[in-house]
Design a protein around this ligand. Sequence first.
Ligand code: COA
Length: 224
Amino acid sequence: MFRVHVIDKFNKDRYADQLEQQFRLRHDIYIGERGWMDIARADGREIDQFDNDDAIYLLGITSAGEVVGGSRLVPSLKPHLMSEVFPNLAPGGVPRGKGIYEWTRIFVAPALRTPSRPALAAGLIYCGIQEYCVQSQIENLSIVCETYWIDRLASLGWKPQLLGPVYSHQGSDIVGLISDTNTSALNATRGFYGIGKPVLQDIAGEQAILEHQHTEQKSAAARR
Ligand code: COA
């Protein structure tokens, strides 16, 4: 279906097109579909102060270079959504540490969702997150989310723990969570979706997709 690509400040220039696709798809989904009007932007890109050089994106990218899903991790030692906007969700202290990253902006393109049952596309992103955390010595994710996610993450074999009370925010009940990332959660998530192999793109595959895309763009330009 797709591989999950890790994009950070070191390789973001090679993924400029995909990062742009991501911001536009996020706008379509979070504003157009979810109706989160407080983050709407006239330029049609959903982008906030945490989309900076500290952000690490895990994007589901097809072999044709199309972004169809993704998520974002931000180091908890840097400013992040929970520390800057929702510290009240963690009254005992916002979790911070080298091995703690904040997880935000999980999405899958509507065409890849499967109503009434969990979408494999979402499973690939969840596995990509766990794989990346295991290989990067990230041990915990902090999360600002709707209460829906407490049971949803538990069903995947993650171990979310509440950091504080439930707050009502623009019509939704939201909470702060902390969850473990480790091989046990990775294996449980793989088992839930029947995913048997790693989903993260390796460097060779990354080059192949970007070269394919470059060739397509050159051919399209030559045809014009
Ligand atoms: N509250 C209530 N219901 C929710 C929900 C929420 N916050 N998020 C999802 N659901 C619903 C879904 O609409 C779906 O309903 P359906 O089967 O009747 O269509 C059902 O719960 C199953 O959802 P789930 O199994 O969790 O979906 P998924 O794992 O296949 O995909 C997402 C999950 C988040 C990737 C996908 O729903 C998506 O891209 N949503 C838009 C982006 C978003 O809201 N992200 C979360 C906040 S950052």
